[in-house]
Every structure is written in C-alpha cells, then in structure tokens.
Design a protein around this ligand. Structure first.
Ligand code: NAG
Ligand code: NAG
Ligand code: NAG
Ligand code: NAG
Ligand code: NAG
Ligand code: NAG
Length: 351
C-alpha cells in the first residue's frame, strides 16, 4: 500500500514536472530574466509607469508597440533594426508598402522610454530590450497576460533592407500553409502561429490589407453582414481607411479574436484561414473556448519569438539613440553585412 501510494505520488510529481518543463520558456544563452538587476534595477517600472500614462491618452498605441516588436523580431531578429532611420518600414521609410507602415508615434514612444531609462541608469539598456518590454506591457495593460521577459539583447548595426523586410514578414493575404512555412523557417511551430496571430485581438487593419477579400468577388469564407460593413469602410480598392482587427473588443487583449474567426469575422485572409484550415482549426477552437489556454500559450510564444537571432554579449551595441547607430564606423560594415541577412535571421535562433 505504502509503495503503491509512493508510486502514485512519484508519478504525479514527475508528470507535473514534465508539464512545467514543457511550459517553461527557454532562455537563450546570454539572456536572463534578471539581466539589469544591478545595472538598472528599475528599468521595468520606468517602462510600465510611462506606458500607463501613454495608454491613458491613446490605447491604440498598445497595438502599435506590439507590432514594432513583431516586426523587429521577424526581420533579421530582435535587434532593434526596425527602429533605425534607414530601415525599410522604419520611421523614415516613406515608400514602404502600406501594410508595413508602422505608426510613427510608436517610434517616438520607444525613444521617450529610452531617454527616461538612460537618464536614470546611463546607457546600459538596449533599444531592443525596451521594445520587448514595451510589447509585454502593451499586452498586460490592455488586459492580457503578464509574463517575464528575458533581457540582454544588444542593438544591431545593420539596417533591415526592403527585400529582407518583405520576404520575412508573413503577408496578411497568405493562407495557412504559407504562414506555417514562414514561421517554421524561424523555428516557430503551428501552435506559435495560431497563438501569435491572437495579437490581432487589439489594433487596426488597413483596407489595402484585406480588400482582395471584398473585390472583385467576395471571399466566401467571410460572414455576409461583416462583409457588407467592411464595404462601407472600404468602398473601393486602394482606400486609405482602417478598421478594428477584432470587432468584438477592439482595444481589449482577450480571446475574442478567435471567437471572431469561428463566426467568420476574421479581417485578413491570414486570420480567417486559421479557422478554415483543418490543421489550425482545433487550436483556434481551443483558444476561443479557453482564454487561459490562449494566454499561457501566447506568453510562451512571445518569449520564443522575442529571442529570435538576438545579439548578446559583446555583439552589436547599446544605442544612445534608438533611431541611429552609435558610430559612423559601423556604416561600412553594414554594406557587407546586408548580404548576410538571411543567415542572421534563419541561422542563429536558439529555440
Ligand atoms: C530585391 O527583390 C527584387 C524582387 O524580388 C529583386 O529584383 C532585387 O534584385 C532584390 N534586391 C536586392 C538588393 O536583393
Ligand atoms: C504588402 O502589400 C503588397 C501589395 O500592396 C504586397 O506586394 C506585399 O506582398 C505585401 N507584403 C506583406 C508583408 O504583407
Ligand atoms: C491546411 O494546412 C496544412 C498545413 O500547411 C496543409 O497541408 C493543408 O493542405 C491545408 N488545407 C487546405 C484545405 O488548404
Ligand atoms: C493607391 O493610392 C495611393 C494614394 O493613396 C497612390 O499613391 C497609389 O498609386 C494607388 N495605387 C494604386 C495601385 O492605385
Ligand atoms: C483551460 O486551459 C488551462 C491551461 O491550459 C487548463 O489548465 C484548463 O484545464 C483548461 N480549462 C478547461 C475548461 O478546459
Ligand atoms: C536620433 O537619430 C535620428 C536619426 O539620425 C535623428 O533624426 C534625431 O535627431 C536623433 N535624436 C537625438 C535626440 O539626437
């Protein structure tokens, strides 16, 4: 009897360890949850306090900041290259395709945060870490999960070229197989895809990113009255309006995005096809029914994505200005480095 209960306890304990192990985020070598413990112990509080004020004025900035982190990580790794003046879809990029345009205010906010942090601690915290923290707080302050962010990223010296940007970011017009393929190239799996797509629970989309579902013929996977409303917002092709990504709760980070998909009210093809496709549909259904399951997976997937091809140790630099590299010396190396962008993006992620 004693040995039986011992065996049971052992089983229970060991299986729960396995579960915890599987769910515990992997921290990449060179990164740490307590990276600034002695050099800038208040960095997280400074970021959170400032963003609280920003969001009180305009909660729309939460989605904009989350998007900056996604773009940063998908294009040549989480190295702050998206912040550089001169990067495609960066703050000074005027001719980036509309679907890539990030909100200029988000870049201003990142630089404000950098200034507050550096004023307090000196030039020790990277812009890419500030982006990761800002994304985390955007989620938490909008009602989503709070998770701990591994820190220690260093800022890259190379611009993101237009080509690298276009080829790395999954398109809103893509269907599930293309999305799965794009994410698997950076070691993210099908569950990561469905969870990270849930970031569309906040934010807005431009007509040009979904107009192909309305004109010339209406996408049959779209709810008819939803399509009718969208045609009012986007009366013709190439219209500049925007509309919420999650019609049920546009500014709240919750699992309603998945409920939208089940009701065929996903905005982009890349959203709705997650429900249409038989591979991803069960995950959509699970997240629609169980917000806790979504929140847990979203946090894990964000931590994974947030460590893609990070620069650590003595690589890269800590920028004094998030929009510009520190020294003109590095301009030369970037011309050479640009050729190797695919390596930086696909080659180094430890997930
Ligand atoms: C960028 O992509 C276009 C079209 O795919 C190609 O023609 C062009 O050569 C590429 N440019 C560079 C610098 O790789
Ligand atoms: C953005 O839209 C353009 C057309 O407007 C398209 O060629 C391109 O593939 C899209 N890129 C992404 C990443 O969505
Ligand atoms: C759904 O996605 C899977 C995985 O990419 C793919 O093999 C399958 O063909 C897709 N189904 C449809 C109907 O497109
Ligand atoms: C779309 O509209 C913009 C101005 O809003 C214009 O510059 C562009 O040429 C238009 N594109 C097409 C394909 O009509
Ligand atoms: C919801 O998901 C959580 C986390 O995965 C799980 O612990 C819980 O049992 C699930 N709830 C239901 C009702 O399935
Ligand atoms: C930061 O760099 C950008 C791009 O070079 C520049 O326009 C801006 O004035 C700089 N800001 C500060 C405070 O130096």
């Amino acid at each position: 009897m004693a040995s039986l209960s011992f065996a049971l306890v052992f089983l229970l304990v060991s299986s729960s360890c396995l579960v915890l192990d599987a769910r515990k985020p992997h921290v990449v070598k060179g990164m740490s949850l307590t990276f600034y413990k002695s050099s800038c112990p208040n960095v997280e509080k400074i970021v959170t306090d400032h963003l609280r004020k920003v969001f009180r004025e305009d909660i729309g900035q939460a989605a904009a900041l989350l998007r900056v982190h996604f773009h940063d990580c998908f294009v040549q790794g989480c190295d702050g290259s998206v912040l550089l003046d001169g990067s495609a879809s960066g703050p000074s990029e005027q001719d980036a395709p509309p679907n890539l345009t990030l909100r200029p205010e988000a870049f201003v906010i990142i630089n404000e945060l950098r200034e507050l942090v550096h004023k307090k601690c000196g030039q020790v915290v990277s812009c890419s870490d500030i982006v990761a923290l800002a994304a985390r707080d955007s989620i938490a302050l909008s009602g989503g999960p709070h998770y701990r962010v591994p820190l220690g990223r260093r800022d890259g010296l190379t611009f993101a070229t237009r080509n690298a940007t276009l080829s790395s970011l999954p398109s809103p017009t893509s269907q599930t197989p293309a999305l799965i393929a794009a994410l698997s190239r950076i070691n993210l799996d099908v569950t990561d895809l469905v969870a990270l797509s849930g970031g569309h629970t906040i934010g807005i989309g431009h007509c040009t990113s979904f107009e192909e579902r309305l004109y010339p013929t209406q996408d049959t996977t779209m709810d008819k009255s939803f399509a009718k409303d969208l045609k009012v917002t986007c009366p013709k092709l190439n219209y500049s309006n925007t509309t919420p990504l999650d019609i049920r709760s546009p500014n709240k980070f919750d699992n309603k995005y998945y409920v939208d998909l089940i009701n065929r009210q996903g905005l982009f093809t890349s959203d709705q096809d997650l429900y249409t496709n038989e591979t991803t549909r069960p995950i959509v259904t699970e997240f629609a029914m169980n917000e806790t399951a979504f929140f847990e997976q979203f946090a894990l997937s964000m931590v994974r994505m947030g460590q893609l091809s990070v620069l650590t140790g003595t690589k890269g630099e800590i920028r004094a200005n998030c929009s510009a590299r520190n020294s003109p010396r590095s301009a030369l190396s970037s011309v050479v480095d640009d050729e190797g962008e695919d390596d930086a993006f696909y080659g180094e992620s430890e997930l």
